[in-house]
Design a protein around this ligand. Structure first.
Ligand code: SF4
Ligand code: SF4
Ligand code: SF4
Length: 340
């Protein structure tokens, strides 16, 4: 990873010095031990802040979308000839690359608007799993030593293998190397364990409808409607979310159980063919709601029905963007039978 980090800094400097990009979205060391946080680099001198390690958790495609959208808004009042393109460079692991593909499929920006610095990924540390391993003790000092975390807490020093605290989505990640890039910084990372990707969903499908509903209502009862999951998600970019529309009002904004369930149902259905299993929504959820089970169920159904995985291929329309004239639409209830 050190080699990738070194190359990343070199390439970032070059791109900024040559004015090939206006900004690079990447990661810098966080203020707490064993964390990394998003950073926006605009000068070659700042490029040495960039890091690439097992704490780089965020899906940075979220910021790419926001930066380009804000820039396009700022250009609207200019004459077409005076408008300038803003090129955003982005440090891109597998899940981020798939989110970029989704943005491109959905015409949120053009390929020329982004410069993709691909990084091989072996997964990120799940902070909640790490906290559980430490019995909730605060981390006073910490460092990454090869494949292990060396941690000092009030209770003493501990060594924890990174593989024991990887995020669930990373353990079974199918696309840990970027699906598109302009520059790949390092050799591809070894495969994770995609064969187990749907193990949790398979077990869930074996439950009765009543048991599944009971699980859903139990998880949703934890939700406090803080909307952090939506804010972190690169596929949630509507200017006004349906959950906050007042004309018409699709769903109340309270913590009423049925409002919460409708909010989550609708958000999840908006994720069909658009969720890249980056885990951003799960990692920011303060209540530990098991969103992944339901998102992966939809992901599996989308693959089984349409043979598509979100953001896998840029030249393939996403399922919700595509209409086939020979689609029998068997899901439509048609009591009279015959044609639709
Ligand atoms: S989901 Fe895959 S690409 Fe994304 S951080 Fe985890 S291992 Fe890396
Ligand atoms: S729904 Fe969650 S896991 Fe899926 S793309 Fe959005 S943030 Fe990532
Ligand atoms: S982040 Fe968690 S608590 Fe907040 S709205 Fe999403 S599911 Fe609910």
């Amino acid at each position: 990873m050190e080699k990738v980090e070194k190359k990343l800094r070199e390439e970032a400097k070059r791109l900024l010095a040559d004015k090939k990009v206006d900004v690079i979205v990447g990661y810098e060391a966080g203020t707490l031990p064993l964390t990394a946080t998003p950073v926006f680099i605009t000068t070659p001198e700042e490029a040495d802040k960039l890091v690439w390690n097992a704490f780089c958790q965020h899906n940075l495609a979220k910021y790419v979308h926001d930066l380009i959208s804000a820039h396009k808004d700022s250009q609207k009042r200019l004459k077409p000839d005076d408008r300038k393109r803003k090129v955003v460079g982005v440090v891109t692991k597998g899940c981020t690359s798939r989110s970029l593909v989704i943005h491109l499929q959905e015409r949120q920006y053009e390929r020329l608007d982004i410069s993709i610095l691909g990084v091989p990924c072996t997964g990120y540390v799940d902070r909640k799993a790490l906290a559980a391993k430490l019995g909730g003790e605060d981390i006073l000092e910490g460092s990454l030593d090869g494949a292990n975390l060396k941690i000092k807490t009030a209770g003493g020093e501990k060594t924890i293998p990174v593989k024991d605290v990887l995020a669930e989505n990373c353990v079974t990640c199918r696309f840990n190397n970027p699906v598109i890039s302009d520059l790949m910084l390092g050799e591809p990372a070894p495969a994770m364990n995609p064969a187990a990707e749907y193990a949790d969903v398979d077990a869930f499908e074996k439950l009765t409808p009543e048991e599944r509903w009971a699980y859903f209502t139990k998880e949703m009862a934890k939700c406090i409607r803080c909307a952090a999951c939506r804010q972190a998600c690169p596929s949630c970019y509507c200017r006004v979310c349906f959950a906050e529309q007042s004309m018409p009002q699709w769903v109340g904004i309270s913590e009423d159980p049925s409002d919460t369930q409708v909010f989550q149902f609708m958000r999840m259905y908006h994720m069909v063919g658009r969720c890249v299993d980056c885990g951003s929504c799960i990692s920011v959820c303060p209540m530990g709601v098991d969103l992944r089970k339901f998102l992966k169920k939809l992901d599996k159904d989308c693959f089984v029905l349409f043979n598509q995985r979100a953001g896998e291929k840029i030249d393939f329309p996403a399922p919700l963007q595509d209409q086939r004239m020979d689609d029998k639409e068997e899901f439509i209830y048609n009591p009279g039978g015959g044609g639709h």
